[in-house]
Every structure is written in C-alpha cells, then in structure tokens.
Ligand binder design. Sequence first.
Ligand code: AMP
Ligand code: GLY
Length: 447
Amino acid sequence: MATLSVAGADSTAPKLLVVGGGAREHAILQALARSPQRPRLLCAPGNAGIAELAHVADISADDVPGLVELALNEQVDLVVVGPEGPLVAGLTDALTEVGIACFGPSAAGAQLEGSKAFCKAVMEAAGVPTAGYRVVQTVEEGMEAILSVSDAAAPYPAVIKADGLAAGKGVIIAASEPEARAALEELLVEHRFGTERVVVEEHLVGPEVSLLAICDGVRALPLASAQDYKRIFDGDRGPNTGGMGSYSPVPAIDASRAAELVALVHQPVLDELRHRGIDFHGVLYAGLMLTASGPRVLEFNARFGDPETQAILPRLRTDLVELLAAAAVGGEGLQRVKLEWDTRSAVTVVLASAGYPQSASSGQVITGLETLGAAPGDELYVTHAGTALDPQGRVVTAGGRVLSVTALGSDTVSARRSAYAAAEAIAFEGRQLRRDIAEQVVEHEHA
Ligand code: AMP
Ligand code: GLY
C-alpha cells in the first residue's frame, strides 16, 4: 500500500492515527492539533471536516488488519481509537503485537462495554455501587428476575439490557408486564442484537452524568464532567439517538467531587481488572445516576463519549498528545500530567438529518459553515460527523448525525447563546436539533 505523505510537516514530530469518522474523532483531532508538539495527524476513515486537518485514509474503523497495515506502513507513534467496535474486535491487541502503541483497551478490557454481564460481575467484585441485577437466558427467567431485582409489589418500570454491543439501542425500560415480555422475547427469542443473555436491572431515578477518566492500566485521572442528551426531542421525549447535545462541566460535579467519584468507581474497577490480568489503557467512561441514596453506575464505556467529547476537549488546556501517549504506554508518565482546564463553560448542539434516528437522509447541501463566528470572548468549534464532499466540492449530509457545534462561553448562558446562534446559521434541508441543551443549567445558574 502506498504511504500517505504528510506535506510540510516536521518529520521528527509525533505521528498519530485516529480511528473513526464521527464528530468525536473530529474533536479529538482538533485537540491533538492544538498540541505544541505539532503532531502529524492521520485518520481512518475520517469525514469531510476531518480531511481539513488530517490526512484521511479510506479504511473502515472495523477493518482491523487494514488499520494495522496502515499504522505499520506509516510508522505511526500512537493510534487513538474512537469507537468501541474495533476495541472489542481486538485492534489494540493486534497493534500491540506489532509494537505500535495504542490508546484504547485490549479486547478483554473492552468487554466492560461489550458485555453488560461482564461489566456487572466486575462491579460486583470491585464493590462499585450499581443497580441490583440478574443475568438471564430465557423469557421466563427474565420475568421472574423482574420481580426479584425490585420491589415485587411495584416491579415496573423494569430495566432490560441486551448483553452485547447494540449501538445504544439495547436498553429497554419496560413500563408494564406485556412490554417486558415483548422486550425479553425480542432479545432472547428473536435475538435482535445476537445476544444469548440479558441483564435485568433494578430501576433507578436521578440526574445522569458522564464521568470519563484517562487510564494508564494502573491509575485513573478524571476529565471534566459532562452530560449528554440521548433522546431526539426536547424534554427528553422520543426515541434514543447517538446523542443530540452535551455540556461541560456539570455544576454539581466539580474537580473535587470528580476525584471522589473516581476513587469510588473507576479506580476499584481498574484494580479489579488488573487482578484479572487486564491492564486497561484508555478512557474508562462511567455513566452515573445520582440517586437519592448516592451515585450508581448505569454503564461503562471503554472509549470517549459522543457527544460529551465535543464539549470536554475544547476546555482542556493540557497537551492531549502527551496525555494519551502517557496513558497508552504506561509507566510513570501519567503521574506527571496535571490536567488544566479552561474555566469557561462548553455547550454542544448536534445537527441531525431528516428522519434520524429511524433513518438518515443524505446528499443535502450544507450552507453557512464558512461564515460562522462567535461573540467576542466566546470560541466556536464545529465538528463533522455525517458529512461528505459532493462532485462539485460542496459539503453535503451523509448520515444521521451531521455536525456538532460547540461554543465556549464565560458562563453557560453565553456558551448556549453562541452555540445556538451558530447552529441556526448552518442550514440544510430537514435539519433537526434540540432547543433545550443545557437549559436546566442556565436555570440553575440564575436560581
Ligand atoms: P446504558 O446504555 O446502560 O447507559 O442505558 C441507557 C440509558 O437507559 C441510560 O442513560 C439511562 O437513561 C437508562 N437506564 C439504564 N439503566 C437504568 C436503570 N438501572 N434505571 C433507570 N434507567 C436506566
Ligand atoms: N454519549 C453516550 C455514549 O457515548 O455512549
């Protein structure tokens, strides 16, 4: 395969390959590009926006042999993996075997995300607070489990989770017995997600927060807190999506509270994994619910969150190249890294195409991108997800989630105003966006 020449770059600068092609990967690349090390950046497969700041190679994020070949040919210093699929498929293991450093856990570590049953077993062994649960294999066992994990007199809503990767669609909150039975049948009889097992969980209530930590196998260093918005419509209505917006930080989770949560949640999980012979290098993402009886883990992901990353990384003042390399390589490196944050708030608004999340229209011309500007004192970051260049060189839609717009502002009011002004200035047919991203934070700031 021909090598990609990175024009004009200093050949001694570190060379990084980012795997993925969404707004999360675009945000990672923008942050890497701000590094004083002036890294040479490659991305596979990338998208139209990413192509403006990195060399893109047309290799799918799921093509493990193709990515290893690219990394070898390019002699990259570090691979950074965005999505969960290649992690679960063993990309990190394959790169490690050929001596290339990779930010992202091994397939064994990625099972924290890839298997809800494994994740629950690790949390139980590590003493991490989470919802009560049972793992079941038949519909009848599942119906029984619903009565045993919660108050048998009021067992609904019941939480039913497919034991495998399901692109955010494998969690069903069943409001009644018929709904629960239908969900169990879908998962265990029709095998909608190819799962043989289901986790039935106690239903919890409370605000949700995402707390991501950078891990070097031994230690976990918390990033700033964030919250995402999973439903398509305002007021958390409608079907789940890949994420319609986010903000950072979450006011209730400042640095000292984040450190406490990492000591309660992430560190015990890392210790338990090491005990099982797994050194977890990468992002350990805890989806937490802050319940009346304390924080509980709803899920772990083994990677950066999307769209949390788009709100978190623009606030990071520390060199991301150094941070990710220290975590990937291990040793003492991460201990020397001190994370510095911009004190401003970030708000991210996602623009989606018509029909999303059920379908995705493509080929609609996107206008307004060239003339975007932020209010004085604010900063704007546009990241592409489902975009492509048409034969005339115009940016067009090419997927469900099309773009994210992040603004940094002195407070959430100002970040929100700038993010929405920019989001409104970007136009394409059928554009969908939520109007209530970070609204409750603004209400809280002014309470
Ligand atoms: P997960 O992919 O496990 O984070 O679940 C997706 C969403 O389902 C979460 O963001 C919550 O809104 C909801 N959820 C998951 N587990 C529970 C639970 N035990 N109780 C209440 N809601 C839950
Ligand atoms: N924001 C949810 C996720 O990345 O899974």
